[in-house]
Design a binder for this molecule. Structure first.
Ligand code: NAP
Length: 519
């Protein structure tokens, strides 16, 4: 089914009652049909009230039932057909293979969380038996399980219109945890949001779960998002986007009478460290892989490799000249929105104008498209100029030439938190890697050997997060099964009789969960 200009509130396809807005074709800039209306205040209230009403019952559902729910949503998303892909292509400018792959990934994410629910580990059940005979005081019976936080607001991301938007990883992990979800749709892809919301809603209906657990509100301005984050019935927030918006949401959430967690995935420049022995044997090969990763999806990946650290020698020159040739050959790329294109141009010009920065290469250019850029600066200048540490969201990177490994380590130490650090090395570099790895682990959520961070595997062992500003909470991840923990908290029941215990904590273990026991 195509987009009709609607949103989704607690099981119903509805037209917004607020301001009119239209998406634009990312490639041509032309207005797209249909137009949409933002949610009215009453509609925001209906979505929150519906989520709040079913929150306790949904949190208490059997994990196997929630697993069937996630499977039903996955089937529904898999059946969205051509309309989803064509609408997303027009709204985002992303190519068909990327969007088809992203839909498969989105379906896979729901499947992964369903499997995790069936395994039951996520509830972390702990049973610590009573010892009435203990002296000097008897020991109580203590039973712990993880409980859902309550309704969650998810902000759809512009750069992953399927896998990190309406039915993306934040929504899947919150529903898996037993939390109702209200998505604040991204204004750049309202048609994609509508089709995805309908698919999620139909999956919920097929699984015969209360419709109030999911709504998607169309919105083209900060007000609705802020109203959701500020409402006392909302208990957590998932966000992917700019550091400015992420910080505004964290501030608003912590200023509430009851502060709530905001899991914001924001900006990262994903340093790539090229170590001398490996570089001497493969400067050209690495340059090719690097530029392919840099320009993938017009560089609009949170894991885009925007910084290269390299020891300044003739192999560094070989790398720079091969990367220069590769960048110069790159076609300009369509950006997700005119605003993101303009922000990219401003960021690149800002870096290029800084003292000591040399522009090595510019890709091909065309109006309405982003031109790839490669720039270079010395380590001392880089370390003393915070402007050079900021994300250039698009296909641009800065090469930092370091005197030696010690200086490379110093540069790494000065960086803010990152999603990824990649190291390219061979056996001749092991001593240097041993020195750099502890620093890299302190700086990033994921450290790669001989690869690039673009392409985030959906896996139980994945970490997609990192210290601020890569994310607002480095203790967790937004990709992989651990993402569910963002929306759970531990609760202990002390000395309750078997008949009153929730199923997960009963001696009879009716849900057949894995449990840790202490006698
Ligand atoms: P954004 O500006 O951060 O917006 C993301 C979402 O947050 C939108 O729904 C937006 O709603 C909302 N929002 C923005 N400012 C807000 C505020 N002050 N209060 C409440 N809600 C707010 O991201 P974007 O539109 O996707 O792209 C803009 C820039 O973000 C890019 O140029 C890039 O630099 C960065 N970005 C980074 C990543 C990454 O993964 N690192 C991903 C995407 C974008 P409205 O637009 O409706 O106000």
């Amino acid at each position: 089914m195509p987009a009709f200009g609607k949103m989704w509130i607690a099981g119903e396809d509805v037209e917004g009652g607020g301001e009119l807005f239209t998406a634009r074709n990312a490639a041509t800039g032309k207005k797209l049909e249909p137009a949409f209306r933002e949610a009215s205040n009453e509609q925001v209230e209906t979505a929150i009230a519906s989520a709040s009403l079913c929150s306790t019952a949904f949190a208490a559902t059997d994990p196997a039932r929630r697993a069937s729910l996630l499977d039903a949503i996955a089937d529904s998303i898999a059946a969205t057909g051509e309309e989803l892909i064509e609408t997303a292509m027009a709204e985002t400018g992303l190519p068909r293979p990327r969007l088809e792959g992203e839909r498969a990934r989105t379906v896979g994410q729901f499947g992964m969380f369903a499997e995790s629910l069936r395994e039951g580990e996520f509830l972390r059940v702990r049973l610590d038996a009573a010892r009435p005979e203990r002296l000097p005081a008897p020991k109580p019976d203590l039973r712990l399980q993880m409980l859902a936080l309550g309704p969650v607001t998810v902000f759809g991301a512009s750069n992953f219109p399927l896998a990190f938007s309406v039915g993306g990883g934040d929504t899947a992990s919150a529903l898996a945890a037993g939390c109702p979800v209200i998505v604040k749709g991204h204004p750049a892809h309202p048609g994609t949001s509508e089709i995805m919301a309908r698919a999620v809603g139909q999956g919920i209906a097929a699984a015969k779960i209360e419709a109030g657990i999911f709504s998607m509100l169309q919105s083209a301005g900060p007000e609705i998002g802020m109203a959701l984050v500020s409402d006392p019935r909302i208990k957590a927030v998932g966000f992917t986007g700019s550091a400015a918006a992420g910080k505004a949401l964290v501030t608003a959430a912590s200023a509430r009478r009851e502060p709530i967690p905001v899991y914001a995935e924001m900006s990262s420049i994903n340093p790539v460290l090229l170590l001398p022995s490996r570089l001497s044997s493969g400067a050209e090969e690495i340059a090719e892989g690097f530029v392919a990763s840099l320009t993938l999806g017009s560089g609009q990946f949170c894991t885009n490799p925007g910084l290269v650290l390299v020891v300044n020698n003739s192999d560094c020159d070989r790398f720079c000249s091969a990367a220069t040739k590769a960048v110069q050959a790159r076609d300009p790329g369509v950006m997700l929105t005119a605003g993101i294109g303009a922000a990219y141009a401003t960021a690149v010009e800002g870096v290029a104008a800084r003292n000591g920065v040399e522009v090595l290469a510019e890709g091909c250019s065309a109006s309405n498209r982003a031109t790839a850029r490669l720039m270079r600066v010395g380590a001392a200048r880089f370390m003393s100029d915070p402007t050079l540490h900021a994300e250039m969201f698009g296909p641009a990177a800065l090469v930092v030439s370091c005197a030696d490994i010690e200086e490379m380590r110093a540069v790494l130490e000065t960086l803010e938190g990152q999603l990824t650090v990649a190291m390219h090395f061979d056996a001749g570099d092991h001593a240097a890697v041993s020195e750099l790895l502890p620093v890299a682990q302190r700086r990033a959520g994921r450290v790669l050997a001989n690869g690039f961070g673009t392409g985030v595997e959906v896996s139980p062992a994945m970490v997609h997060g990192g210290p601020w500003p890569a994310s607002s909470d480095a203790r967790t991840t937004s990709v992989g099964t651990l993402a569910i923990e963002r929306f759970l908290r531990p609760v202990c029941l002390q000395d309750f009789p078997e008949a009153l215990l929730p199923p997960a904590l009963r001696d009879t273990n009716p849900w057949n969960l894995p449990r840790r026991k202490w006698a």
